[in-house]
Design a protein around this ligand. Structure first.
Ligand SMILES: Nc1ncnc2c1ncn2[C@@H]1O[C@H](COP(=O)(O)OP(=O)(O)OP(=O)(O)O)[C@@H](O)[C@H]1O
Ligand SMILES: [Mg+2]
Length: 222
């Protein structure tokens, strides 16, 4: 079982939105996914309340008194991927999510204040020796815009950057309102395509092959 945590002290950068969408895309590729909402704000829990499908599994922060034990239980329960959404602050819970993760994703909007705000998060992750990457979110949807590529290149001096930026798109807003991921709301849409690329990148970074999750589950059943 792998763990991905979304972290950034800066609020509103897209931690919850990306956590939800990545979970749905990973599930579509065969992973058995559990989303952990460590933020009392409950963005993921609220999304799940609207959702008609039962999966991915969603656990709220009150059900998580001990993250390490909970992750052990989830692994034994057959989950192949856990995605943790954290509150936008440096807290004991967020540090726990960082320590537990195989990969931490730091969403940032393509703007100076977001980059400054993400530096303490990167420093914390470096001191914990955790693998991480910055992911540009709410980029301009215009493919021809050179600004996203320029920002990506400049961010690369600060830390690893996911090569796929996620643009600001209404599909994400509509999908959230319906309790869906963008890949369910508009499977052939650009928002869905970007999220699938993000998942493909994460899977590679985690050293997972397509079909790994299914064979893990088959082994468990044997
Ligand atoms: N790519 C996107 N396209 C359109 N809307 C987006 C996108 N990313 C995020 N949003 C919207 O921006 C707002 C903030 O996103 P989100 O709640 O995911 O941020 P967050 O980092 O989890 O914030 P917080 O720190 O408050 O938990 C939400 O209304 C969300 O729907
Ligand atoms: Mg959030």
């Amino acid at each position: 079982m792998n763990v991905i945590s979304f972290v950034n002290q800066k609020g509103g950068t897209g931690k919850s939105m990306l956590a939800i969408n990545l979970a749905v895309a990973a599930q579509e590729s065969g992973e058995n996914v559990c989303l952990i909402d460590l933020d009392p704000q409950g963005t993921i829990v609220n999304w799940y309340d609207t959702r008609t499908a039962e999966t991915p599994n969603v656990v709220n922060h009150e059900q998580m008194p001990n993250l390490t034990e909970a992750l052990e239980r989830l692994g034994q329960g057959g989950f192949t991927l856990v995605i943790i959404d954290t509150k936008g602050e440096d807290s004991h819970a967020t540090r726990g999510a960082m320590l537990a993760a195989d990969l931490c994703l730091i969403p940032i909007r393509p703007a100076g204040p977001d980059l400054h705000a993400s530096r303490p998060t990167m420093e914390a992750l470096r001191s914990m020796k955790r693998d991480f990457a910055l992911i540009i979110n709410q980029a301009t949807p215009n493919k021809a815009a050179k600004i996203t590529a320029a920002i990506m290149a400049s961010l690369a001096h600060d830390g690893p950057v996911v090569p796929q930026a996620v643009a600001a798109r209404m599909d994400h807003q509509y999908a959230y309102a319906l309790g869906q991921g963008a890949s369910e709301y508009e499977p052939g849409g650009k928002a869905a395509e970007e999220i699938k690329e993000l998942w493909a990148w994460c899977r590679k970074r985690l050293g997972k092959q397509q079909g790994d999750a299914t064979s893990e589950q088959a082994k468990r059943r044997a």
